[in-house]
Design a protein around this ligand. Structure first.
Ligand SMILES: [Zn+2]
Length: 295
């Protein structure tokens, strides 16, 4: 079941397997990317009160989609067969707090990495003009970094980008002409605005770190929660580098809802992390992922 590249074709086949095996999973299409690819969410457990785990905001971090898909599958098995996952019986917890998983926030960026610039349709010439390394592309199809595009201190991070000479579409770190300018950003924001999410977790790579703060907005429980998640995963708690402090999904979630939001930076090495790292990184993070429905 695992060990596949999470390109569009393989994700679609996986989604079909989930639908066939686990009819209790609620699939929602929360939006479409610039090139028209589906952005999907899968929920198990309580629909009225949930946490969200979202992955693959950055194209070359596609291994985070594998982690999210693997966790979805294991959660489904846990419910269907009353099996433990990560050593925990989560069935009764999930009835209190459901988990929604968005495995691929940036499907065009992932496809550019795994299938080349041609997969970006009318944006392929732009991508070829900006990079000779499509397998390291982080942004969406028109060169906007989605995790710099959320409306949370966007102006501050926009000025920092300009100070670094990033003033136009780029393979990484360009936050767009205005906050929430991109359909992928808006899809996730609308989905969260329309449902009751009490926690948000974003998967990125790499560094085996947990980010939990967003300046003075950081909710009170976040520090303690991050330490629990740190013990469960072996990850270090950390503050993001200045250029990544603001404009991000977890930043927006914290600022708008005053609820805890976290980033897990999976793995070590250079992006893209190899597919062979998947099982090891999943095993290391699994207990922390399970705790999202508990803490
Ligand atoms: Zn990232």
């Amino acid at each position: 079941m695992f060990g596949f590249y999470p390109n569009e074709r393989n994700r679609t086949a996986f989604y079909q397997s989930v639908a066939d095996e686990f009819p209790f999973v609620k699939k929602e299409v929360i939006g479409t990317s610039l090139v028209g690819r589906e952005i999907a969410s899968f929920t198990v457990g309580n629909l009225d009160k949930r946490v969200i785990i979202a992955a693959a905001f950055h194209g070359s971090e596609w291994l985070t989609a594998n982690i999210a898909l693997h966790f979805l599958w294991d959660l489904c098995c846990c419910i269907k067969n009353s099996e433990p996952v990560g050593g925990l019986h989560l069935g009764s917890r999930l009835k209190k707090r459901g988990i929604s998983i968005v495995p691929c926030v940036n499907p065009d960026g992932v496809e550019i990495n795994l299938s080349g610039a041609d997969s970006a349709g009318r944006y392929s010439a732009l991508i070829n003009s900006l990079t000779h390394e499509p397998y390291r592309w982080q942004a969406n199809a028109r060169g906007v970094d989605l995790n710099h595009n959320f409306p949370a201190n966007w102006e501050v991070i926009h000025r920092r980008e300009q100070d670094m000479g990033i003033t136009k579409p780029s393979s990484t770190r360009y936050g767009g002409e205005r906050p929430a300018s991109e359909p992928e950003t808006v899809a996730l924001m609308n989905y969260i605005n329309e449902n009751n999410f009490t926690r948000a977790y974003a998967l990125h790579s790499q560094g085996r770190e947990i980010y939990y703060s967003f300046g003075k907005n950081t909710p009170k429980p976040s520090n303690t929660m991050s330490r629990v998640l740190s013990i469960a995963s072996g990850y270090k708690t950390a503050k993001p580098p200045l250029i990544a402090d603001g404009g991000g999904f977890k930043d927006w979630f914290i600022e708008k809802f005053h609820q805890p939001g976290f980033t897990f930076e999976i793995g070590v090495g250079e992006n893209p992390l190899p597919l062979t790292d998947e099982s090891r990184e999943y095993a290391q993070l699994l207990k922390a992922l399970c705790l999202t429905t508990i803490i």
